[in-house]
Design a protein around this ligand. Sequence first.
Ligand code: SF4
Length: 144
Amino acid sequence: MSKRLGWYKEGLCFECTGCGRCCSGGPGYVWVSDAEIEAIARHLKITDEECRRRYTRFCKGRISLKENLPSYDCVFLKGKLCSIYEARPTQCRTFPFWPQNLESRETWAEAALSCEGINKEARLVPISEIAIQLAKQEEADEGQ
Ligand code: SF4
C-alpha cells in the first residue's frame, strides 16, 4: 500500500444524501473525454456533434460540461437530480474520492465543508473501494 493511501487505510465515511450541492453553485469544471461525450450523446439520442455544441465548452485546454448561468449549476442538473445519471462522467462517479480531496486529513475535511455526505457515519467506505475510485479518477485526469 502506498504511503499516500496510508492516512485513510481504515476507510472513510461517505454516503451521498442527494443534496445536489456538488453539481450546483459556484463556477467549476466537469471534465469530459471524447468517450464520455459520446456516451452522453447516446444517452440523449443526439449526435456527438450536437452534444458537444449544446453541452460542452473548451477551457484550460480541456473540454468541460457547460454551466447554467447565473446559477453556475451543471447544465444537466434538473432540480437536485442529474438528468444524465446513467451516463454521467467519471469525475461525477468518483466524487469525493478525488486525488486532491484524499491528499490529507485536512483536504478531506475541507471537501466535507461543501459535501454533507462526507463523514456521515452511515456508511464506511473501505480502502479497497476508495482505491478503485481514486485510480479511475487519476486515469481520467491523465487521459484528458
Ligand atoms: S454534495 Fe455530497 S451529499 Fe450532496 S449530492 Fe453531492 S456527493 Fe451527494
